[in-house]
Write a new protein. Structure first.
Length: 189
């Protein structure tokens, strides 16, 4: 992460230097530019210049964040995992643990408000990371309160064939009225 930060800082410095170099005066036009520089220096304190500068910094920051995400999570290795829930009559979610190829990659403990947001149709990004192409086993473990107030722990597994494109998975918790218990599923989006 430090190397990435230094790279982005160096890139930003290079962009600033190239912009200054493009605006550098030639020897023939040096005297008129001295007068222009004095005019520019007095106008820097004006609110419009500050607003323009702020806007430029915000745009540059946005571009740097996009570049950082592209460098950290290239689409050919990217895997995103989301959690969603339907109704919640038979299961009260407390936590989720996610394993990819027997490595714990994410774990989340839910507050009552967060669980309620999922019951109302919310979707939470549980994991965003990189995996290489090929077959992977994705396992999710759900802990909470099941039917009749009992402690409930269940799991779901999916064998994922990761190609060269980004993959999104959904950890879906649904109520089964026929079985009167929750069902847990991992599916590709």
């Amino acid at each position: 992460m430090n190397k990435l930060h230094r790279l982005l800082t160096a890139t930003l410095a290079g962009l600033c230097l190239s912009a200054v170099a493009e605006e550098a005066p030639t020897e023939a036009s040096a005297e008129p530019l001295v007068e222009e520089q004095a005019a520019v220096e007095t106008s820097v304190s004006e609110p419009q210049s500050v607003a323009d500068l702020t806007q430029s910094v915000q745009e540059l920051n946005r571009d740097l964040l996009i570049l950082e995400e592209e460098l950290l999570f290239p689409t050919h290795t990217q895997l995103a995992v989301f959690v969603s829930m339907d109704v919640g009559h038979y299961f009260r979610l407390d936590s989720v643990k996610l394993k990819i190829d027997d490595d714990m990659v994410a774990s989340y403990l839910y507050t009552d408000q967060q669980a309620e947001a999922l019951y109302q149709g919310g979707v939470q990004r549980l994991y965003l990371g990189n995996i290489k192409s090929g077959d992977h086993e994705v396992s999710a473990f759900f802990t909470g309160e099941g039917p009749n107030g009992r402690a409930y722990k269940r799991g779901a597994t999916l064998t994922l064939n990761k190609g060269t494109d980004a993959k999104q998975l959904e950890l879906k918790i649904t109520d089964s009225s026929a079985k009167q218990q929750p069902e847990f599923e991992i599916r590709e989006w």
